[in-house]
Design a protein around this ligand. Structure first.
Ligand code: SAH
Ligand code: SF4
Ligand code: F3S
Length: 469
């Protein structure tokens, strides 16, 4: 049994090795005939981890089914970012408990970011002895052994390394989508924003070698993929740990040259977003003009308390540079309201910034204290009613801009990657270059088709259009 420890998790290991994943021959296909079901919470990184976990389970001979009630193994890939993510996972464990009472042989596992939290593991040890296995974000490659131990010994298995281990390459992947793919470029986060648990749950920043990334993308191009999203908690830090003069700008340029039709990347921290990166994004047509640039707050005082390393002015300068250089670029953001002791004036600074930036999309959250983070120790004098009021007001304003920006596109022709057909015949949906959802009418299209669509109507969260032949 290996349990998480925050002191260890805070440390950064710069001497990791690159290791290739191999499955133990004895375990290959051992569980043929059995089925699994995975429920995933959280961000794209977790979604992509789930794609790896599925492929690992299938090497053991397991088959995926979409009915949790019938599966032999149920796994929850969890998220710690806010309290409601926690509550959802514990709520699901409650349901699984009932299921397990009916079917004693059901195997239940938990993995992902919650597995890295000391409090969660203590809770599982105390109140959830029937959970068969838990593994952390740094232990995924050991899943075959952990699962096999849990099944054969019938004893609870908990394996969570606090600190990142080696960087494992060639983990198999079962991609959800046949034309859009996630590709990890950097793991972990060293920013330690004071409210955030991710540097503890995901470990230190570790970049994959450019050759490994480009090989993966070239294979995706050969397989007919149309879009890649380069993933990392902070993609802008790419390369800093392993190269002297090769960063995200250089990587984007090399990825653009693979001729993959669409490249996206997320998430960018405004702090180390360089002009070189902006220039590369502007230069290549296959780097999509849509940037997610979380601001969190418009108040310098709060930004400082959050440890974000930029001011409102610096953010606005970068915002303007992107808008000027990258034609038609949309910018989306994340905002937290109700950070401890956020005053009405601080909140008004955020509203002011939103009124300047008129974001194309924004994910807005009420601050949620997370175990062991510095912000969780701050005294907070903002009532929950006040926080809710601010969130409501902010949402009214950001939603207004989504609609306003979308209205500007009516009558224009936009490039769309078709995702699928909706319930109505000859109705399709997809995403524009600028990452806007569009529903459109057309004929005989296949998922993965890149088409031109004329925008006919604007809504708050989507566009309507017709195929422009
Ligand atoms: N790495 C990304 C963010 C990942 S988490 C970045 O730095 O931009 C996604 C979003 O969740 C954050 O941008 C933030 O807005 C929100 N978030 C993170 N921790 C939070 C907390 N404790 N309470 C509320 N929102 C939080
Ligand atoms: Fe969290 Fe900040 Fe890292 Fe983003 S950059 S994952 S908000 S610590
Ligand atoms: Fe959640 Fe972990 Fe992602 S905390 S947002 S799943 S990195």
């Amino acid at each position: 049994m290996q349990l998480p420890d925050y002191k260890e998790a805070r440390k950064r290991n710069k001497n990791y090795q690159r290791i290739e994943y191999v499955i133990d021959k004895k375990l290959k296909d051992k569980y043929q005939g059995k089925t699994y079901y995975i429920r995933t919470y959280g961000c794209q990184m977790n979604e992509h981890d789930t794609e790896n976990i599925k492929a690992i389970l299938e090497q053991l001979g397991l088959k995926e089914i979409d009915n949790m009630n019938k599966a032999d193994i149920v796994l929850l890939n969890t998220c710690s970012i806010r309290e409601n993510a926690h509550n959802k996972a514990f709520g699901m464990l409650g349901r699984l408990k009932h299921l397990k009472e009916e079917r004693k042989d059901l195997i239940v596992g938990l993995c992902g970011c919650m597995a890295q939290e000391t409090g969660v593991i203590e809770e599982i040890l105390k109140n959830y002895p029937w959970v068969n296995f838990v593994f952390g974000t740094h232990n995924m490659y050991n899943l075959p052994e952990i699962l096999d131990e849990a099944i054969t010994t019938k004893k609870q298995q908990i394996e969570v390394f606090s600190k990142e281990g080696d960087l494992i390459e060639d983990i198999p992947v079962k991609r959800e989508n046949k034309f859009k793919a996630y590709v990890n470029i950097i793991y972990g986060c060293d920013k330690f924003c004071t409210y955030c648990i991710v540097p503890f749950t995901r470990g230190g920043e570790r970049s994959r070698k450019k050759e490994d990334i480009l090989k993966e993308i070239e294979k995706l191009v050969q397989d007919g993929y149309k879009e890649v999203t380069l993933l990392g908690q902070n993609v802008n830090a790419y390369g800093k740990d392993i190269y002297d003069d090769y960063g995200l700008g250089e990587l984007l340029e090399d990825v653009a040259k693979t001729k993959i039709p669409r490249i996206r990347f997320m998430t960018s921290h405004p702090w180390d977003f360089t002009s070189k990166m902006v220039d590369v994004i502007a230069k290549y047509d296959n780097i999509m003009p849509a940037i997610h640039l979380p601001v969190q707050s418009g108040s310098d005082r709060i930004l400082k308390l959050m440890g974000r390393r930029y001011t409102k002015e610096k953010y606005l300068k970068l915002f303007k540079e992107i808008r000027e250089k990258v034609k038609g670029c949309t910018i989306s953001t994340d905002i937290i309201v109700g950070f401890p002791n956020e005053t009405e004036e601080d909140f008004e600074e955020t509203i002011d910034l939103v009124n300047i930036c008129k974001f194309d999309n924004a994910f807005t959250f009420i601050y949620s204290p997370r175990e062991n983070t510095p912000a969780a120790k701050l005294k907070d004098n903002v009532t929950i009613e006040e926080k809710e009021k601010r969130l409501y007001k902010l949402n009214e304003i950001v939603n207004g801009y989504f609609k306003e920006n979308n209205e500007k596109l009516v009558g224009e022709t936009v490039k769309v990657l078709t995702e699928g057909e909706s319930a109505k015949k000859d109705n399709y949906y997809g995403y524009t270059d600028t990452n806007k959802l569009i529903n459109f009418t057309g004929k005989k299209l296949q998922p993965g088709d890149l088409v031109n669509v004329k925008v006919t109507e604007a809504k708050t969260w989507s566009l309507d259009g017709v195929l422009d032949e």
